[in-house]
Design a protein around this ligand. Structure first.
Ligand SMILES: *Cc1c(COP(=O)(O)O)cnc(C)c1O
Length: 372
C-alpha cells in the first residue's frame, strides 16, 4: 500500500535563492525606481533575448496581456483560427479584442493545430492564425508559414509552454510574426506572474512597448488606446536571477521525464509523448493518455485514484475551450468539427513534474499508475 503524506501537485514553482534576491531588492530600494522601463526591466529584456536567442523581446505583466497586446500590435480584426486544445487565455485574448475565434481540429501526433484543418477554416473574414505549441512541442512551423503567406494572414504563436525550446538549434520563438510567452508561477521559467512578446524588428518592438504603456510614445503623445501591462522592477530583478538557474531546472525536468518514460513504457493503455527529432525540449509538462479499454480504467478514474493518494495530476486540456459557455454556441465548436481534440481531452492527464520532485515521490506516482 502506497502512502503519500504530503500532497504532490502537478507543479511547484522554482524560486531563486532568497539571499540573492534580497541583494537585488536592496538595489531597488536604493534606485527608487519601481517600474516604467527601469534599469532591471532593461537588463532583463536584454539578457532574456540573449538567453532565448531572439532579436527583440518585450516583457509583460502576464502572458494573457501579452497575447491581447500582440493582437493589437498587428491590428488583428474579424476572425482568427485557433485551437480548442489549450488554456482558455488563448481564446479569451481574441474575445477581449472583439475578434471571433474559429476553432480548427488538432493533429493526432503532438496535438497541435492541424494545418490542413486550418486551411479549410479560412473565410474572407480571417485575418490571422493563432496556434499553440502545446506542451512545448513545436507546431508544423513550415506549413503554417506557407498558409499565412498564401492567404496573406498574420501568424501569432502562443508559446506559453515553449520557453527555451529550439528547432535545429534555432529558437521556436523566431517563427511567425509574433510569439508570446508566459512566466506564470506554473511555467518552466517564472517571474511569479509575467509574460513577453517576441518580435523580429525594432519598429514592431517599439509599437509593442508603446501599447503596454497606455500608448505613450512621448510625454504628450499617445499613439493608440494602449493598456497598462508593464513588468515592474521587482519582478524583472527576480527574472534576472531566475535566468541563472533555469538551465539546471530544465536538466532536472529532463531527468524526471526520462524516468517516467522508462517506467511507464509497456503499460497497456498508457501512452506518452517522446522527444521530437531536431528539437531541444524544456520538458514543461508530462502528459499521459489513457485508453480506457486497454488500461481497464478511465482517465477520470485514474485521476481520482491518484487524488485519493494525495497526487494531484491535472487534465490539461479538459474541457476543451470550445466547450465553455462563451464559446460553445459557435459553429466551429461542434464536437464533429473537433473529433481529435474531443478524444484527446478525454484521455489526457498531466503528471507532476517540477525540479524539486523527489525520486521517491516519482516512484510512488509510477507505482500508483502501474498497480491501478
Ligand atoms: C499559461 C498560459 C497562458 C496565460 O499566461 P498567464 O501568464 O497565466 O496570463 C496562455 N496560454 C497558454 C497556452 C498557457 O498555458
Amino acid at each position: 500500500m502506497i502512502k503519500i503524506d504530503k500532497p504532490i501537485y502537478v507543479t511547484q514553482p522554482a524560486l531563486p535563492p532568497l539571499e540573492e534576491f534580497t541583494e537585488l531588492l536592496k538595489q531597488i530600494w536604493h534606485n527608487k525606481i519601481l517600474t516604467n522601463n527601469g534599469p532591471f526591466h532593461k537588463q532583463f529584456e536584454k539578457e532574456l533575448a540573449d538567453y532565448l536567442g531572439v532579436k527583440y523581446i518585450s516583457v509583460f505583466t502576464n502572458g494573457t496581456l501579452a497575447l491581447m497586446t500582440a493582437l493589437q500590435a498587428l491590428h488583428i480584426t474579424g476572425e482568427v483560427i485557433t485551437t480548442p486544445f489549450s488554456f482558455v487565455a488563448t481564446t479569451h485574448s481574441l474575445w477581449w479584442n472583439n475578434i471571433k475565434p474559429v476553432f480548427a481540429d488538432i493533429e493526432p501526433n503532438y496535438f497541435n493545430l492541424d494545418p490542413e484543418k486550418v486551411e479549410a477554416a479560412i473565410t474572407p473574414q480571417t485575418t490571422a492564425i493563432m496556434p499553440v505549441h502545446v506542451y512545448g512541442n513545436p507546431c508544423n512551423l513550415e506549413a503554417f508559414q506557407k498558409i499565412a503567406d498564401t492567404y496573406g494572414l498574420k501568424l501569432i504563436y502562443d508559446a506559453a509552454h515553449a520557453f527555451g525550446v529550439k528547432v535545429n538549434g534555432d529558437s521556436v520563438l523566431n517563427f511567425g510574426d509574433l510569439s508570446i510567452l508566459s512566466f506564470h508561477a506554473t511555467k518552466v521559467f517564472n517571474t511569479i506572474e509575467g509574460g513577453a512578446i517576441i518580435c523580429h524588428d525594432a519598429k514592431t518592438k517599439q509599437r509593442i512597448d508603446y501599447l503596454k504603456n497606455f500608448g505613450f510614445a512621448g510625454e504628450t503623445t499617445v499613439i493608440a488606446p494602449g493598456i497598462n501591462a508593464k513588468m515592474n522592477e521587482i519582478q524583472a530583478a527576480y527574472g534576472l536571477l531566475q535566468l541563472k538557474y533555469v538551465d539546471a531546472n530544465i536538466a532536472k525536468r529532463k531527468t524526471i521525464t526520462e524516468l517516467y518514460r522508462e517506467k511507464l513504457a509497456n503499460i497497456p493503455g498508457i501512452k506518452f509523448l517522446n522527444d521530437m527529432e531536431e528539437v531541444d525540449h524544456t520538458y514543461s509538462y508530462f502528459p499521459v493518455f489513457v485508453d480506457a479499454k486497454l488500461y481497464e480504467k478511465t482517465r477520470d478514474e485514474l485521476y481520482e485514484e491518484l487524488k485519493k493518494h494525495n497526487v494531484f495530476g491535472r487534465r490539461y486540456f479538459y474541457p476543451l475551450i470550445s466547450q465553455f459557455p462563451t464559446y460553445r454556441g459557435l459553429l466551429s465548436s461542434k464536437p464533429d468539427n473537433l473529433s481529435v481534440a474531443t478524444k484527446v481531452a478525454d484521455q489526457v492527464i498531466c503528471l507532476p513534474i517540477y525540479p524539486e520532485l523527489e525520486k521517491n515521490q516519482q516512484d510512488n506516482i509510477i507505482q500508483l499508475i502501474k498497480s491501478k
